[in-house]
Structure formats: structure tokens, C-alpha cells
Ligand binder design. Sequence first.
Ligand code: GUN
Length: 300
Amino acid sequence: MTATIIDGKAFAAGIRARVAEHVTRLKEESGITPGLAVVLVGEDPASAVYVRNKGRQTVEVGMNSYEHKLPAETSEGDLLALIERLNADPAVHGILVQLPLPKHLNADLVINAIDPAKDVDGFHISNVGLLGTGQKAMVPCTPLGCLMMLRDRLGDLSGLDAVVVGRSNIVGKPMAQLLLGDNCTVTIAHSRTKNLAEVCRRADILVAAVGRPGMIPGDWVKPGATVIDVGINRIPAPEKGEGKTRLVGDVDFASAVEVAGAITPVPGGVGPMTIACLLANTLTACCRAHGLTEPEGLTA
Ligand code: GUN
């Protein structure tokens, strides 16, 4: 059997189109334009690319984008003062502080200074607690994107065995909470898990989020399972020429595609969903801030 390849690029484009449609209606009916502020401290090149893409896509769906680029040596006090200003600004519905921050800044302190209602990353401790207790929260973008793809592929997830490999605060833990919220039987596996292969083979839904290139081979995949590969790993690709690299996931795609029922590729799977869900979260935050009906199908 060869798996269906889940096209994350097309899926993300569909989400952006729905967000854009809702934004147009919001502007026409209420005169409100959702606004997303992105804060970048320092000059990490990968972060700069992310921030540029976020800004471009924010404008493309009709929202306002506010970019704040601060020097690497910015003090914690100055960064917190900016966040206070953004918290108080009614034109800003979502705030994202790009991670990682320079080492002299306490990321937990900074993230927890964001108004939870504007925390479109879903990283604030209040949102973590709300998600963990099954209450309405801002949900981290990457796991939200994975959930959307799973619901689209499988419909009702109730009773399915889900295995999440990886226990990060950004992906693994919130992913597990979301799957639990959709009535899956959830296992969180990690580097110390015994018999990881056996655990993975039980999964109807296998989510890989460990950051180790190709660590999950096809013979760890249950036949027909839905495999969501969150890993984005850059590895040398001498076949493309000297010094060239390519992106691979945490799943060995070539072998897993022969066993799974459906699988996300890398690149072009989960990756494009993250910014699409960020835009969806910004729209949701805007609707909540104004007491308006939330867009359907764009939240957990
Ligand atoms: N750095 C890499 N991915 C992300 C993300 O989703 N949110 C933030 N804030 N920083 C990141």
C-alpha cells in the first residue's frame, strides 16, 4: 500500500483563504481590521526569514502587520515595556515574540508578560492551563495545524490510539492535549521511552516531533496509520552538489509511505500550516476581543 500524501501547502492555502474571507467580512460589517504584532530581537537569520514570511502572509489575508525589530542587546526592561504598549494597543489583536530570544532575556518572563487574550502562539502559562483543563484557550499554531489535518483526514478521532513522539512545550505536550480533547487514547513517547518501536506500532495516529532526522522508520508504522511529521531537519545532501543541504522530517518518508494510510511530507506538510494557524489565531483573538462570532473550523 502507498499512503495518501497530505498536501500541507494546499491545506494551508485553504485556511488562509478562509481567514481572508472572514477578514473581508469583518472589515465590511464591523469596520475592524485584525492586527498582528511580531517582535524580533536580534539578527538570527532563520528567525528573520520566519518573521518576513509572517508579515507578508498577514498582509495577504488583509490584516495589519506590525513588525518590531529590536537590537540583540535590547534589555529585558525595554522588551517588557514594548509588550506593555502592545497589550494596551486596541489595534493589536495578536502578539508574537519570535523565539529563541538572546540568552540574556528570560523567555518565560517575556512570554508571560503578553496579554493571554493576545497570545496567538498559545505559549502563555494561562493558555497552557486553559488547554490542559479543556477550556477555551489560544492554542499553539503547529499542533493546531496538525489537529486540523487529522480531522480533515479522519473525521471523528474518538477512540483512536494516538502516539505523540516528543514532549516539547511547543508541540508534543499541546498536541497530546488536543488529541485528548478529541477523545483519542493518547501516549506521549520520548527519548527515554522503552520499546519505542512497539509503542509507535500501536498508533492509529502517529505524530513525530523530536527533531531527529528519519528516526522513525516505516516498520514502526502501523499499516494504514495517519502519520504527521512535524520534524524539519536540515541534513547534508552531497547528491545535490558540494555543501548542499535538504530538509527531512523525523520520519523516514521513503519507507513509511509504503505502510501508512496517509502521511505528511517534509517539506510541504506541517510546515506551511504553522503560519496559516497563526493567522487563524489572530482572527480568533480579534473576534473574541470584540465579542463577535468566532470563525468556524479554525480553532480547536
Ligand atoms: N520560533 C520558531 N517557531 C516559532 C513559533 O511558532 N513561535 C515563536 N514565537 N517563535 C518561533
